[in-house]
Write a new protein. Structure first.
Length: 128
């Protein structure tokens, strides 16, 4: 099978909405990375977050099994430090095998309204 995906992905428009309205966890606002690994090798991901006024934070380590998909809520990342809510960020995702990355946001800041948006991440150049 031909190689599908990229080793590097970039999402410049991160921002976890806060506060949330509605029952948790279904209506908790979140940013989420969806990563598809169609290779026969487990993907070892490294995620770094970039902010407007501080040094980058990371790497956050994430594993995606061979021929699997993984949804990772950015809100749930705590090591090396918890991701701050209601603060603009961008992220750089690196993988040991080519993967496909998508970015989702659920925004429940307004009572009675759920906004869900999604976009493909931007693929970077191949390593080397």
């Amino acid at each position: 099978m031909p190689e599908v995906g990229a080793y590097v992905w970039v999402v410049p428009g991160g921002h976890i909405p806060f506060p949330s309205h509605g029952r948790e966890p279904d209506f908790t606002s979140f940013d989420q990375l969806c990563v598809l690994n169609i290779t026969d090798t487990e993907a070892e991901l490294s995620l770094d977050l970039y902010y407007e006024d501080t040094d980058p934070v990371g790497p956050y380590r994430i594993m995606v099994g061979a021929r699997r998909i993984r949804h990772v809520r950015i809100n749930d990342l705590i090591d090396p430090e918890a991701v701050q809510l209601d603060r603009p960020y961008g992220c750089l995702l690196r993988s040991t095998v080519p993967v496909v990355a998508q970015f989702l946001r659920q925004d429940t800041r307004l009572p009675g309204l759920v906004a869900l948006t999604g976009t493909m991440a931007y693929p970077g150049p191949p390593p080397g």
